[in-house]
Design a protein around this ligand. Structure first.
Ligand SMILES: *[C@@H]1O[C@H](CO)[C@@H](O)[C@H](O)[C@H]1NC(C)=O
Ligand SMILES: *[C@@H]1O[C@H](CO)[C@@H](O)[C@H](O)[C@H]1NC(C)=O
Ligand SMILES: *[C@@H]1O[C@H](CO)[C@@H](O)[C@H](O)[C@H]1NC(C)=O
Ligand SMILES: *[C@@H]1O[C@H](CO)[C@@H](O)[C@H](O)[C@H]1NC(C)=O
Ligand SMILES: *[C@@H]1O[C@H](CO)[C@@H](O)[C@H](O)[C@H]1NC(C)=O
Ligand SMILES: *[C@@H]1O[C@H](CO)[C@@H](O)[C@H](O)[C@H]1NC(C)=O
Ligand SMILES: *[C@@H]1O[C@H](CO)[C@@H](O)[C@H](O)[C@H]1NC(C)=O
Ligand SMILES: *[C@@H]1O[C@H](CO)[C@@H](O)[C@H](O)[C@H]1NC(C)=O
Ligand SMILES: *[C@@H]1O[C@H](CO)[C@@H](O)[C@H](O)[C@H]1NC(C)=O
Ligand SMILES: *[C@@H]1O[C@H](CO)[C@@H](O)[C@H](O)[C@H]1NC(C)=O
Ligand SMILES: *[C@@H]1O[C@H](CO)[C@@H](O)[C@H](O)[C@H]1NC(C)=O
Ligand SMILES: *[C@@H]1O[C@H](CO)[C@@H](O)[C@H](O)[C@H]1NC(C)=O
Length: 668
């Protein structure tokens, strides 16, 4: 998720979309985590019947093991990686995740190797042959229990490649999200493509001399000059030809993020731009921005309308699965509930992918489009104090999506665990007597230190399916000081992993599944009809008309809400406060909300948000009752999107059917 406040794309516009409103049923009809079931025949059930949404899948067996990594050296100084630590002389790593920057990626197409990036530590100096196992590198790890010919279970792909194979470019500082292409010869990592030419990366023919590292360049100047734009979170399309990426834009006192789609175009001898080396240029770049489409909120007179077919891409999260859609984080469908939304690249149809109240952003979809694996905070109930009351329209969220999303972490500590969910998403079934939320991948285990479900081991981005859909790779980090929650120093657990490593690479196997017959899809169109073609040097396209004043939002099923969008002063066009009074408001026919909520946000600096929040909301519904209430002096919280440390005075408490969800402790 963007470590920043919501981009201007979240703001308001009054432009209606001609012929808009293609609503696919796959959305908000999932409710309480801890439901009191009243056994009523419900709208959910009626819709489930009439739209042919199947009953959820039964839990399936999932076996989880840890995969091997290079050995940890306690001595990270030059030469600390001795033959005593690694007898094979193939490198050592740090025990600390912070030092190693470890990230696992996807599988090679054979499903037998997993890509990863990490920092090697303690290498002896050149000319020792072990000197190549140094710094940030991309490796592949055996996922089938076998070994490479040198007996190692891992192979460094980028170690020791000749300087000319990287065109004398200095060592990379970014190999994030390593993603092997389906041809088995290339890996996208950070803004680079690592290629072994005609050779399979896992083959003995793929020696360091065969490996080339090509930079990816996004031209942002009219004359094609310069180093190109800064990209983050690059994700490969299944067609091996396109990518999505995000770029941060700083303008005055705001920081915003925009997302793009582009074709990779290899150019051997470029004549403009830096670097003048063989490289992949991004061509046919499209901004994921629907400037003529509806906004989430629009007004006609004093009537406010919410249109969930609005395409509001806050951060692109990937193009996996069948490759026909972009997964992204955008507006919240329900207040404070941050989910994955997808948009069809051709039709612009918007679909809610996840709906549980907890936070999700890492996502990967199987090659047949039927299953997603997500990282989600649900096992910790981290976000329930914010999002546990269901069915609140995302009004205050116009101010605080960035701040709310930042609560998901405590410093570098994530609260993620991996879950699989079928493509119909979380839902009630059996006349609403049961709730399907998906299946936790690593639920088996006794929770003891180092077990696969030890809650102190938390997931990172991205979990990945093998192309045949029978395996999932993911990684986890052990909580370390000062992020255990509470006053420091804390009795953080000691790692049980090799060498006291605080990160681990995990492999889940789903033995009851039949391997999918995947093929690399034909390249999709370069053109996204609803997108905004990117012209190098052009001003950033934004859609950012703010609504100010007082409106009425009518519930889609019943009731209404008085909504006030208030600026810093009477003439201000910058939204500062949202005040809402709900009158038996219901969008879904399940939750009926009464009460008031008022939220003011200020931004002391680019990354810090200060929120003053007053809520007294009460909901009744067929799944039970809930309240979302601040203390009498209000709830005042502050969070920096770069550091993810929560600090508050006062309280915000959500109670769902008697279960009380409280905010984290300050600094926790
Ligand atoms: C080194 O090789 C041995 C076999 O000779 C193998 O068992 C071991 O896993 C390798 N060591 C490391 C650290 O990979
Ligand atoms: C890399 O550096 C070497 C030695 O300075 C030089 O001969 C070579 O042309 C350079 N290669 C590139 C692609 O710049
Ligand atoms: C895509 O980019 C290529 C190379 O810049 C260009 O020749 C082609 O016209 C572009 N296609 C479209 C549809 O813009
Ligand atoms: C706004 O409301 C008026 C009166 O109901 C209606 O005639 C008009 O078409 C509406 N405008 C839009 C853009 O929906
Ligand atoms: C606003 O909504 C009210 C109630 O539905 C309706 O009577 C009125 O005509 C609407 N006004 C506009 C401008 O659409
Ligand atoms: C938990 O499982 C591990 C092995 O996975 C075992 O060593 C340990 O004894 C078990 N602990 C308890 C409390 O059952
Ligand atoms: C971790 O190990 C250290 C050193 O052995 C020990 O002092 C400490 O008590 C251990 N911490 C926990 C939580 O077990
Ligand atoms: C995959 O293809 C093989 C060989 O054509 C076939 O036997 C198998 O049933 C197919 N599996 C699936 C899941 O379609
Ligand atoms: C708009 O709503 C706010 C908050 O409810 C209220 O204080 C204010 O009086 C309203 N303004 C008008 C012009 O109705
Ligand atoms: C914003 O303010 C916070 C709190 O004073 C500080 O920790 C942080 O470094 C500041 N960030 C920036 C970008 O200035
Ligand atoms: C929910 O609240 C309503 C109204 O306050 C009450 O009648 C009902 O019994 C409550 N339902 C549950 C399940 O507590
Ligand atoms: C909490 O109150 C203290 C004392 O008034 C103040 O210094 C601090 O900034 C407040 N923190 C927040 C997050 O409002």
């Amino acid at each position: 998720m963007i470590e920043a406040r919501p981009p201007e794309g979240y703001l308001l516009s009054q432009t209606p979309k001609p012929g808009g409103g293609k609503i696919q049923f796959k959305m908000a009809f999932t409710f309480w985590k801890t439901a009191t079931i009243l056994g009523l025949f419900s709208l959910v059930h009626a819709l489930t019947q009439s739209t042919g949404i199947p009953s959820p899948p039964k839990p399936e067996p999932i076996d989880v093991i840890e995969l091997p990594l290079p050995p940890v050296t306690a001595n990270e100084s030059t030469g600390g990686c001795t033959y005593a630590v690694n007898p094979n002389g193939t490198g050592c790593i740090s025990a600390s995740w912070i030092t190693s920057s470890f990230q696992s990626g996807n599988f090679l197409p054979d499903g037998k190797h997993v890509t990863a990036s990490l920092v090697f530590s303690g290498a002896p100096a050149a000319p020792d042959p072990r000197s190549i196992y140094s710094g940030l590198q991309v490796i592949i790890v055996k996922a089938d229990g076998t070994f490479f010919p040198n007996s190692d279970p891992f192979k460094c792909i980028t170690c020791g490649i000749p300087a000319e194979n990287r065109f004398n470019l200095t060592a990379s500082t970014d190999y994030e999200y390593p993603q092997a292409f389906t041809d088995g010869t290339r890996i996208l990592a950070g803004p680079y493509i690592i290629s072994c030419g005609i050779h399979q990366l896992a083959s003995t023919a793929c020696t360091p001399e065969q490996v080339y590292i090509y930079p990816i360049r996004w031209n942002v100047n009219v004359d094609g000059s310069g180093a190109g734009g800064t990209m983050r979170e690059l994700r490969k399309h299944p067609d091996d030809v396109h990518i999505s990426f995000n770029a941060i834009s700083y303008s005055g006192s705001t920081i915003a993020q925009y997302a793009y789609f582009a074709r990779l175009h290899f150019i051997h001898s470029p004549t403009t731009g830096i670097p003048l080396t063989p490289r992949y240029d991004l061509v046919n770049v499209t901004q994921f921005l629907d400037s003529s489409g509806p906004s989430l909120f629009s007004a006609n007179g004093t009537n406010l309308t919410m249109n969930t077919q609005a395409i509001a891409v806050g951060e692109a999260r990937g193009l996996s699965g069948l490759g026909n859609q972009l997964d992204y984080i955008g507006f919240c469908w329900e207040s404070c509930n941050i989910d994955i939304t997808s948009v069809n690249l051709q039709t612009g149809e918007v679909t809610r992918v996840t709906s549980d109240p907890e936070y999700v952003d890492p996502v990967d979809t199987t090659s047949d489009g039927e299953w997603t694996v997500i990282m989600d905070t649900t096992t910790e109930n981290r976000m329930m104090f914010l999002a546990g009351m269901r069915g609140i329209p995302p009004l205050v969220d116009l101010l605080i999506t960035g701040a709310v999303s930042s609560v998901r972490n405590n410093g570098v500590r994530r609260f993620f665990q991996p879950w699989i969910v079928d493509r119909y998403g979380a839902r009630y079934y059996n006349n609403d007597t049961c709730y399907y939320q998906g299946q936790q991948v690593n639920a088996a285990g006794n929770g003891s230190d180092g077990s696969i479900n030890d809650p102190n081991w938390n997931g990172g981005a991205d979990p990945r399916w093998s192309l045949d859909g029978t395996k999932i790779a993911y990684f986890q980090m052990l909580v370390t000081e000062p992020n255990y929650g509470g006053s420091n120093p804390l009795p953080c657990p000691n790692s049980t992993a090799q060498g006291g490593r605080t990160y681990r690479l995990m492999l889940a196997t789903l033995p009851s599944r039949t391997p999918l017959n995947w093929t690399t899809p034909s390249p999709v169109s370069d053109v996204i009809p609803w997108g905004q073609p990117y012209v190098p040097g052009s001003a950033l396209a934004t859609s950012s008309t703010s609504l100010m004043g007082n409106y009425t939002l009518t519930g889609k099923v019943q009731g209404y809400a008085d909504v006030a969008f208030i600026g810093a002063d009477a003439t201000s066009t910058t939204l500062r406060t949202v005040a809402v009074t709900y009158h038996n408001y219901s969008d879904d026919g399940h939750n009926f909300i009464i009460g008031n909520e008022q939220v003011t946000a200020t931004y002391p600096n680019l990354t810090l948000t200060h929120v003053d929040w007053y809520s007294d909301l009460h909901a009744t519904g067929i799944y039970g009752n809930s309240t979302k209430v601040t203390s009498s002096d209000g709830f005042h919280f502050e969070i920096d999107t770069q550091t993810n440390k929560f600090y508050a005075n006062g309280t915000l408490t959500t109670t769902v059917n008697g279960v009380v969800y409280e905010q984290p402790i300050n600094g926790g």
